[in-house]
Each structure stands twice: as structure tokens, then as C-alpha cells.
Design a protein around this ligand. Sequence first.
Ligand code: OSB
Ligand code: MG
Length: 368
Amino acid sequence: MMIKHINLHVIEMPLKQPFITHLEKVSKRRGIIVEVVDETGLKGYGEAVAFTTPWYTEETVQTCFHMLKDVLVPQLLKEMITSPRAFHKRFHPIRRNHMAKAALDMALCDLEAKKQDIPLWQWLGGVNQQVPAGVVVAADSAEAAIIQIHQYVDQGYERVKIKVSPERDIDLLKRIRAKFPDLDIMADANSAYTLEDIDKLVALGQFNLLMIEQPLGVDDIVDHAELQQKVETPICLDESIVTFHDAESAIKLGACQVMNLKIGRVGGLLPAKQIHDLCLHNGIKVWCGGMIEFGISRAHNLALSTLEGFSMPGDLSSSSRFWEEDIITPAIEVVNGKVTAPMKPGIGFDINEKRLEEVTVLKEKLNR
Ligand code: OSB
Ligand code: MG
């Protein structure tokens, strides 16, 4: 197999409602769809999940576009790299830029599974075809959050994640818990606290949360280990886990009981699977995190979430949670609280070509 060309589609879509955290208000989403085409015409798809500004990690749409167009894709085409494993081996010396790398990793994994004529989730070694769905509420008031949660509970979601910060936590959770006493709720702080806030973090124990995600520094592991000694609520790490070594360090120090795995943050499906295997071996629970992404990345999240260690609902919601119309067909749909991984080869979803065209703001075709 040879790769003939690679298309980069920069796309942009408005969100149905703004996604509000203490760091950023996201009202429209830009991203890059990577389309790898081989000589037989088979196509593999990936997505770069960085935002337009570096509020979540240091990468942006622009840095991903640059890395893909000027660094990764030309080398890949020149050296005729086709397998995901060879890709990671070749680009290991290139530092970070995980979301750019992950976009190509996803596309190559999709292509490889299609070549073998099997679903991506089976190619990865997945076992659970039905994946429990969870949804994130990132509203600007308790009233708005409660209205959204009612809708999501009606739609069958099995877990709700609430964005919190020192300015908006105890009172918000008190009001939500009063309305939903038995709901599986977790909180995500996106690094809004420090160890100085210990009293507040201990107080979160009263809400019977499944976990608190990334309470402390984005690159911290040591303070989280200290915090986990002092709070009842299980700690989940998101931003802090970028490499396999980070995961090893977190486990060694007891910094968390749970990890959020995001394909983009860790540099691809293969690295995500390696961290998954490590967690499974060490009794750390994992679930798949979302990036307000489009259907391509969500389809990859779905495939990853079928692995044995994904024992709790991730940020896996219907396409309609964020989008009027997604770029894949069929759209991702939560039915009875679950999403079913498709039996078609590769990611198992087709491109909604008309919609992709409609939302593309820039297209770059890169040839051998
Ligand atoms: O911290 O998990 C996060 C979205 C963008 C950036 C960071 C995070 C999120 C989410 C997931 O919370 C939202 C989703 O895609 O469902
Ligand atoms: Mg998070």
C-alpha cells in the first residue's frame, strides 16, 4: 500500500450553545480533518482537536496545521510511511505536538483497519461494542445547568460532568444535587484550584461525586498525590497526563484513582492504548475524554472506549449535543444511554460530504 495524497480540511461550525469554563467560552469550533488516501482509493480519517487559542493545551489549530503541512505529512509521504506503528517510530524524536500527531495516527489506524476490512474498534482490540454515554454541562449559571441536566437525563445519559471553579462550585453542586439526588455526577476543574483551596476541595466530598477531574496545576503530579491523601473524592487526571511516563509517575505517586484518556492529548490511538494497558494492569480506572470535537474524532473516541479498561462513561455524547449537523453519517447517537460501535470497516462512519464541503474554510491537498 502506498499513500497517494493527504487532504487537510480546516473546518468551522458554530456550537448550538456556548461551552463555558473558567478558562474560555467556546461559541464556534474550528478544527482540522485529515484525509489520507491510498493508491487503491481507500480513505482514512483523523481530526486535530486543538482549539484556536491555547487555553486547554499549548497547541492551536494553526500550530497543528503547520506541523501537519510543513513537517509530518511531507516526511510521511516522502518516506512512504503507512503503518501507525512506523509512524510513531519515525516521529518519536519530534517533541510534543501531540494533537497534530494524533490526527495522522487516527487517519492511519482507520486506513489500516479498512485495509484489513475490520472495524477499527476490533482492530484496536476492543471488547465492549456498547459504550455508556456521558455528557458535559458547561453553562454560566446553576439555572441553565439544571435545565440542561434535565434534558440530558431525559435523553438517557448515564453520567453528567459539571465544570467547576472556586468561583462556582459548592453552591452550584448543592443546587444540582438537590434536584438530582441519585445521578452519577462528576466535576471537572480544569486546573482552577491550588493546595491553598484544600478546605473547598475537602468539602466537595459531601456531594458524592464520582470524581474530581484535574483540580490542580495542568502539569502537576506531586501536589495531586498530596491532595488525594486528604480528600475522599477520587481524583481523575486529564491535562497532567500527556505521556506514558506521566501516567507511570502518577501511578507511582498515587496522584489519581482515575485517568481521562484523550487521543489528541496523548498523541494518538496507539499511545492511548498503551496508557490504557498500564492503567488496567495497575487498577486505575479510565474513561475517554471529549474535546468538543466533530464526528471523526468522536468516532475514534468510540472505538477506543470499547477497550476492556474503559469501565465508566466518558464524554461521549450525541452529535446533536453540539452540532446542528455533523460531518459524519450516520451521526453519533446515544440510544438507551449507550453508543454502539459500528460493524463497518474502519471508524464505521461515512463522511457527510455535503456538510464537510459546507463547513470547510480552507483545504490543502498534499501530494507525494
Ligand atoms: O477538560 O475535559 C476537558 C472540552 C474541551 C477542552 C477540555 C475539556 C472538555 C470537556 C469535554 O469537558 C466536552 C465534550 O467534548 O463533551
Ligand atoms: Mg477535563
